[in-house]
Design a protein around this ligand. Structure first.
Ligand SMILES: *Cc1c(COP(=O)(O)O)cnc(C)c1O
Length: 409
């Protein structure tokens, strides 16, 4: 018989979804029902989600990226436009601007929160834009600044009071990237419902998951209708109702749409996951508090900002920052030391303006967005998910402290 060494702790992965018997049963039920693609479970998931988020409409899609894309499409972003995007985000936030042919104007992050810096947004608008009815006019480029896409990084609410006030003053629409934010709030309102539209993601590592999936939320019926039509080849849904005398085979194409609809299999998962969202959130908050309570005693690291109140953070990510001047190793080595101790990590994010595509296409230098460039080499995201036990947090903290001690400058 082969015995494992008793002191070998199992690898603690960076992320793991919480999938229980109820999710498995719901998916099996869907498979047995004979209806796999968009159908009754999607309708139900949309209704449940709208109710949970406090939004009038919810459109279920096959990714969060699709939700961001359809939001920009529905508000009419076009090739002559500019959209303000924080550099500290995932690829999706800016690439959907490129899908519309528009230009993403990358903005710096607030060094405390890593979120879109309202000062940077204000400086851009005041220095080079005139307020307009539909979008601000950028005097330097002649483009219309149609929208701003705040990302609540890690799930921490952006300064929505200032972002909304500036956006309103200049005629810029706010499309929230809430991929990390379910279900954190700003002044009592669920993130994603403050702007004209919000895009949630149900990717495997997000706060609730459908494997792949997303949800567009909005109070604007025209945006919801347009997104629904464009999510399925631009086919008019009304045609099915209006022309029933022509038979169920009849449809009309109103625009060259996309193929972004969610399956009922995914929605079956989502319905159950959404019921568990508040429990997941409580676990994430508990684990994050435990991390911060211990890591604030370690001088070589900086703990993440936790927001104005308990509700401001979903704790999707726990982003630690290294005080590099106190350490003899860099972030890459720190990550491999954690891996040697059986702990998975990630980095959120290499700022967009430092990626080859955005750097080369728009001619950015790292120093153009100094906060993002300065903070990037310090970032390490630690494991944080509801399946973790308190003892897993303690183990990560012990490993971090041990590495800091061993490699102290
Ligand atoms: C995950 C993510 C998305 C995209 O979501 P998908 O469902 O993977 O398409 C968008 N923005 C951010 C910040 C994300 O983390």
């Amino acid at each position: 018989m082969i015995t494992m060494p008793t002191d070998a702790e199992p690898f603690l992965p960076f992320g793991l979804p919480s999938i229980g018997e109820e999710e498995i049963a719901a998916v099996v039920d869907c498979l047995r029902s004979g209806w796999l693609t968009t159908g009754p479970r999607v309708k139900r998931f949309e209704a449940d989600f709208a109710d949970y988020a406090g939004s009038r409409h919810a459109v279920a899609l096959n990714s969060g990226t699709a939700a961001l894309h359809l939001a920009l499409e529905a508000i009419g972003v076009g090739p002559a436009d500019e959209v303000l995007v924080p550099a500290m985000t995932f690829a999706a936030t800016a690439e959907v601007v490129r899908y519309m042919g528009a230009r993403p104007v990358l903005l710096d992050c607030d060094p405390d929160t890593m979120n879109l810096d309202a000062d940077a947004m204000e400086a851009f608008l005041r220095d080079q834009c005139e307020p307009g009815e539909r979008g601000a006019l950028n005097r330097r480029t002649g483009a219309r600044v149609e929208a701003v896409m705040p990302v609540h990084v890690g799930g921490l609410a952006c300064d929505m009071a200032r972002i909304m006030a500036l956006a309103n003053e200049y005629g810029v629409l706010v499309v929230e990237d809430v991929a990390h934010a379910l279900p954190s709030r700003f002044q009592g309102r669920m993130l994603g419902t403050l702007g004209i539209a919000g895009a949630f993601s149900f990717y495997a590592n997000k706060n609730i998951t459908t494997g792949e999936g997303g949800m567009l939320v909005t109070d604007d019926g025209e945006i919801a209708d347009r997104a629904r039509i464009m999510s399925l080849h631009g086919i008019s849904q009304d045609a099915w109702l209006r022309f029933t005398e022509q038979g169920a085979w009849y449809y009309e194409i109103l625009a060259p749409g996309y193929k972004y609809n969610m399956t009922d299999i995914a929605a079956a998962l989502g319905i159950v996951q959404l019921r568990r969202a508040d429990d997941f959130w409580a676990s994430r908050r508990r684990l994050a508090r435990r991390y911060s309570g211990q890591l604030r005693e370690v001088p070589e690291v900086q703990i993440p900002a936790s927001g104005m109140d308990e509700d401001s953070h979903s704790w999707h990510l726990y982003v630690l920052r290294l005080n590099l001047e106190m350490l003899a190793i860099d972030r890459g080595r720190f990550i491999s030391e954690l891996k040697d101790r059986g702990i998975g990590t990630s980095v959120h994010y290499l700022p967009l303006h430092m990626h080859p595509y955005y750097r080369d296409t728009y001619g950015y230098c790292p120093e153009d967005l100094p906060n993002a460039a300065r903070e990037y080499p310090r970032l390490i995201t630690l494991p944080l998910y509801p399946l973790m036990a308190d003892s897993d947090v303690d183990r990560v903290v012990t490993a971090v402290s041990d590495i800091c001690h061993k490699f102290r400058n």
